[in-house]
Design a protein around this ligand. Structure first.
Ligand SMILES: Nc1c(NC[C@H](O)[C@H](O)[C@H](O)CO)[nH]c(=O)[nH]c1=O
Ligand SMILES: CC(=O)[C@@H](O)COP(=O)(O)O
Length: 166
């Protein structure tokens, strides 16, 4: 790890055929969301991926929209973006946990999803995490989706098949 990095980052995958990414963003905090999308777009561009962006009202709607898109069989992967900032009530926990859980369940069903929904205590924490020149969590979520797409493509056709003997 070099300089001010806080964690190791895998090199981006290389693709030999087109990649279609859908970014599903909740612009509940619009400036934060805009930065997350900018970071995701920049990383997608580095891999030559095509990007479509759709907006939903809040983080809770993000996995629902991804599930709807997955049924279209049109995208190779998804980037979930948004920001949840703790308020006065327990609603914060519901929005954080349910959006995250639903995204994870979609992933276990085979969707290639990077989760870039920020779950923070205050706006300052969100700003540094969304900033493409800061922690760039939007870019990180795009990279995660791209890595899963690459893994899934590399493994396609490598099943044991009927009658396989080790
Ligand atoms: N409080 C935040 C929300 N809340 C809204 C929910 O996500 C949802 O849209 C509503 O309950 C209707 O189903 N959403 C965020 O993205 N961020 C928040 O901080
Ligand atoms: C994260 C939330 O759900 C939040 O913004 C709602 O705020 P509150 O708990 O004050 O209603």
């Amino acid at each position: 790890m070099a300089g001010s990095e806080t964690h190791y980052t895998l090199p981006l995958p290389v693709f030999d055929r087109p990649v279609r990414l859908l970014v599903v963003v909740a612009p509940y905090y619009k400036d934060i969301a805009d930065n997350l999308v900018a970071g995701a777009r920049a990383v997608a561009a580095q891999c030559g991926a095509d990007v479509e962006v759709v907006e939903v009202p809040g983080a809770l709607e993000v996995p629902t929209a991804i599930a709807m898109a997955e049924r279209l069989a049109k995208y190779d992967g998804y980037v979930a973006l948004g920001c949840v900032i703790r308020g006065e009530t327990t609603h914060y926990d519901t929005v954080c946990n349910d959006s995250s859980r639903a995204i994870s369940l979609l992933g276990l069903q085979g969707a290639c999803i990077g989760n870039g929904i920020l779950t923070v205590e205050n706006r300052a924490q969100a700003e540094v995490r969304a900033d493409p020149a800061g922690q760039n969590k939007g870019g990180g979520a795009a990279a995660a989706a791209l890595h899963l797409i690459a893994l899934s493509r590399n493994w396609a056709g490598q099943t044991k098949g009927i009658g396989f003997r080790a």
